[in-house]
Design a protein. Structure first.
Length: 332
């Protein structure tokens, strides 16, 4: 798998990063709920329990199909996570008897529809870095300022590819080009998503190498209008486009190859077509190349040599990528 690069960082740090319930906390930033309707919104706090396990536990307890439970995003297992789910209102009374050491449930309000993937504003992360030397904290603060100003690469993090990266990508290729079969549709979809993600990451590495000081915009790039949540392709990279990118109003996007997806044009297409694959039958997507973390804070405990980070990322982005950026090395 291609190495994720961070051109704006010229120093490698060797702090210790651990994903566990004390050092990795994720809080989903929810959408506004309607406060009326046939679905109950639940706030779920869980430890060492990923979203799939949560859905499995709840569906078995309630005696419903797991697809009746709505969720906005997938959350890691090795963490403390707060996320929001919906269940049909008629099942809510049963929840009073649900007990689990891993899961706490708080009933919030009603909503007019089931939550679907992407129905969230973003995620807030609280992460502790250990064995951080005093001299390194100044470099960490410097890189955080760079990230605040210029944004950061929106790579898919190592979690996207699973523990056995090579095996998983080979299985995906067998599903596409060979006789490979996977009975579990959820697993098959995850394999294909991982395969699509390798193209995006490789494309992003090449684009970042065009200019070491900033992300170079190209004619034909497809941009994401952050405020209005829509894609557009300007006629050229004008002063206004450059200014809007600098002001974090828009961001260029890269391709996750597949069907029914917009493709770049002109100069941008010359690079993008190297990271396309017409054999992929899964739906394709455009993904932001650069994202802009918000509300970044950094606190340092000299005695414990611990650096505590607090920041918010757009939905679908990886906190581990920000930590990699600070370390200037890939985690696995």
């Amino acid at each position: 798998m291609i190495r994720r690069v961070y051109p704006l960082n010229d120093k490698t740090l060797n702090f210790k990063f651990l994903q566990n319930e004390e050092d990795f906390i994720v809080e989903e930033q929810p959408i506004k709920f309607s406060n009326s309707g046939n679905f109950v919104v639940l706030e779920i706090k869980k430890q060492n329990c990923d979203t799939w396990e949560l859905l499995d536990r709840l569906s078995k307890f309630l005696g419903v199909f797991s697809n009746e439970i709505g969720y906005a995003g997938l959350k890691d297992k090795r963490a403390t996570t707060i996320q929001y789910i919906t269940i049909p209102k008629k099942y809510s009374k049963e929840l009073k008897n649900f007990k689990s050491k891993k899961v706490e449930i708080k009933e919030l309000c009603l909503h007019n529809k089931k939550l679907n993937i992407g129905d969230l504003e973003g995620n807030r992360f609280k992460i502790n870095l250990h064995e951080v030397e005093k001299a390194d904290i100044f470099h960490i603060e410097k890189i955080l300022k760079i990230i605040s100003k210029f944004g950061m690469p929106n790579y898919f993090g190592y979690q996207r590819f699973g523990k056995d990266v090579k095996d998983n990508l080979e299985k995906a290729k067998e599903l596409l080009f060979g006789d490979g079969k996977v009975k579990d549709k959820k697993v098959a979809k995850m394999l294909m998503s991982a395969y699509q993600s390798t193209f995006f990451n490789a494309w992003l590495v090449e684009r970042l190498k065009l200019d070491k000081n900033s992300f170079k915009l190209l004619n034909g790039d497809i941009f994401y209008d952050i405020k209005n949540d829509k894609l557009f392709t300007p006629k050229s990279i004008s002063e206004k486009v450059l200014a809007d990118f600098k002001e974090h109003l828009i961001t260029p996007t890269g391709l996750l190859p597949g069907r029914d997806v917009y493709k770049a044009r002109e100069e941008a297409l010359k690079i993008e077509q190297k990271y396309d694959d017409s054999a992929i039958s899964e739906k394709g997507y455009r993904r932001e190349a650069i994202i802009f973390p918000k509300n970044i804070t950094c606190k340092y405990d000299l005695e414990k040599k611990m650096c505590s980070l607090d920041f918010t990322l757009p939905k679908g982005s990886y906190a581990t990528v920000l930590v990699e950026f600070l370390a200037n090395r890939n985690f696995s």
